[in-house]
Unconditional design. Structure first.
Lengths: 259, 305
């Protein structure tokens, strides 16, 4: 019981530290996504959107909102964990955790909750911004929306954690987001339905994991999707399980953390 | 209850680069001891400490902290251990008070209690006035104190310090020595690595010397120093000389006109030297060791190994 309480206290300490970290630098962490997404809504939603017409039977700006929220959640949950965990490695303050009796799973959970909280918070901010441009937006399936929001934030926080474990320089933590995540997100149905693509590109798009995340979230918010929801949810949960196991094994072996 | 604070058996470490850092170290440190672990750069000191603190994974061997095998119950062993690393290992942009309070939290100390402990520890180390400053604004000496505060926040029974006074000025070093002596007197076992051999000589009761991943000596400080065959002394005299005085069996050289260097064998009496100098009309106004005694011994041992 005593041990359990100690672990809980150490976990809360880490979570509090992680949340304080990104709130302290809110101008760098919370404001930029709001500004960037406002520009997307102005340019693609209000200016170009009416010329595009409808997408899957919805106003273009309405179609775009779930995609842009998901894009913010993915990039911010990933960025939070990769930068925070790599920074503690770089500054050697990871030793503060490693010398303590905290179990590896608590260290992982602490960083993941930090990433999830930032991803979800940014998702909420972007949703609030979207209401300025499309006030009549209503969420069709709130339960599915919230479920996908959290699962996505967990999944990409885990990816950020693995990236940080293997990173040896600040270049290493920007390569994946720049050259892998961003292209996959842009080509993952944020701005369009894959139904408008020729067969070849539609089939190629089906291999993009972002497509499933974005479309499942869109199903929750708008009730429209290009993919099977049970399949997409199963895949997200499967990958969360795989990545969690991978993180725990890496921490246990001390890869990237212990010499 | 074990009488040993630390027991290391056949500890081996080979890094991924195939560098063999430890070749099978056996070492025991008694509870309440003030123990020095010495060795040249790359000897394996930091690898040993890293393994004890779980910052480095071992290749083979066992480590027991107060009889708790770290392979079987590392969390419990860690609770008894405090480590002051060689390099700064805190977020420089955080406030001093937050760094220490957070470290207490990682040890499972509830926030209310950790705030109280932080206040006591910071006051004890003269850091309380600086509690709201970002760590990056502290001087090198205060950063070292902060490292010690972090390591002591959970009141460990064994404290390991890896070169704690490196780059610290003499005044602060002396203050740290006093502080370490005080907590050792209160019952905390201390293991120290240092490059300042005078530090080890001043503070430590027992000593181990490690070189090329092997233990080349493990004994008491008194025993080690008693093995010195020759000691060099510097004598300041009140009379200017052109050439060194000739005294049988005492090789003397002139450093300058009023300073003599003399080598005295272990079995020789220093009183004989003084008597003979007095008979030559030379009075000694002050005397000091030519160099640190332990340093001479250390160099000799490392050369042999």
């Amino acid at each position: 019981m005593k041990r359990r309480n100690e672990i809980l206290v150490s976990l809360i300490t880490l979570i509090r530290k992680e949340i304080k970290r990104y709130l302290r630098i809110w101008v760098q962490t919370l404001v930029p996504p709001a500004v960037t997404m406002s520009l997307y809504f102005v340019i693609f939603g209000s200016l170009i959107g009416p010329r595009i017409g409808t997408m899957d039977g919805l106003d273009y700006i309405q179609f775009m909102i779930p995609g842009l929220i998901m894009m913010s959640v993915i990039t911010n949950s990933y960025a939070n964990v990769v930068s925070s965990f790599y920074s503690v490695k770089f500054q050697k303050s990871i030793e503060e955790l490693l010398v303590s009796p905290m179990p590896n799973w608590a260290i992982l959970v602490g960083f993941i909750i930090g990433g999830v909280s930032r991803g979800v918070l940014i998702g909420c901010i972007v949703f609030c911004v979207s209401l300025f441009f499309y006030p009549s937006f209503t969420i069709v399936n709130p339960l599915l929306t919230i479920l996908v929001l959290f699962l996505t934030a967990i999944l990409f926080s885990l990816m950020g954690f693995i990236n940080a474990i293997f990173a040896d320089s600040f270049d290493d933590i920007s390569i994946i987001p720049t050259f892998v995540l961003t292209p996959l997100i842009y080509l993952g149905g944020v701005f369009y339905s894959i139904n408008i693509l020729p067969d070849l590109w539609r089939n190629i798009s089906m291999a993009n994991p972002m497509l499933y995340v974005v479309n499942t979230f869109r199903e929750g918010m708008l009730g429209v999707s290009d993919v099977s929801i049970p399949f997409a949810l199963s895949m997200i949960i499967f990958f969360i399980a795989v990545l969690t196991s991978a993180c725990l094994i890496l921490l246990h072996k001390g890869v990237g953390t212990r010499q | 209850m074990s009488q040993f604070a630390l027991e290391i058996t056949d500890l081996k470490k080979t890094y991924d680069s195939d560098v063999v850092a430890l070749k099978g170290i056996n070492l025991s440190v008694k509870e309440g001891d003030f123990f020095a672990l010495l060795g040249p750069n790359g000897a394996g000191k930091s690898s040993t400490i890293g393994i004890i603190a779980s910052l480095v994974t071992k290749t083979a061997g066992t480590v027991k902290i107060f009889d708790i095998d770290t392979d079987l119950n590392f969390p419990e062993a860690k609770r008894l251990l405090g480590v002051v690393s060689q390099e700064i290992n805190f977020n420089n942009f955080e406030k001093v008070i937050d760094i220490v309070t957070t470290q207490a939290g990682f040890y499972g100390i509830p926030l209310k209690e950790s705030k109280l402990k932080t206040e006591i520890t910071l006051k004890r180390l003269g850091l309380w006035e600086k509690r709201n400053e970002q760590a990056r604004t502290l001087s090198g000496g205060f950063k070292r104190r902060l490292m010690i505060a972090k390591a002591l926040i959970h009141e460990p029974r064994l404290l390991i310090l890896d070169e704690p006074t490196a780059g610290v000025d003499i005044e602060l070093r002396r203050e740290m020595w006093d502080f370490l002596k005080e907590i050792n007197a209160q019952g905390t076992t201390i293991i120290l690595t240092t490059h300042y051999l005078e530090e080890a000589e001043q503070l430590c009761k027992n000593i181990a010397i490690i070189d090329h991943g092997e233990l080349v000596e493990n004994t008491s400080m008194k025993d080690l120093l008693s093995r010195l065959d020759v000691q060099g002394f510097v004598l300041d005299i009140d009379k200017a000389l052109d050439q060194p005085p000739s005294i049988p069996n005492f090789p003397i050289t002139l450093e300058d006109s009023t300073t003599l260097n003399v080598a005295i064998q272990k079995d020789q009496s220093i009183n004989d030297l003084f008597d003979q100098l007095t008979s030559l009309g030379i009075n000694v106004s002050s005397m000091r060791n030519e160099s640190n005694r332990l340093e001479e011994m250390f160099i000799e041992m490392v050369k042999k190994s």
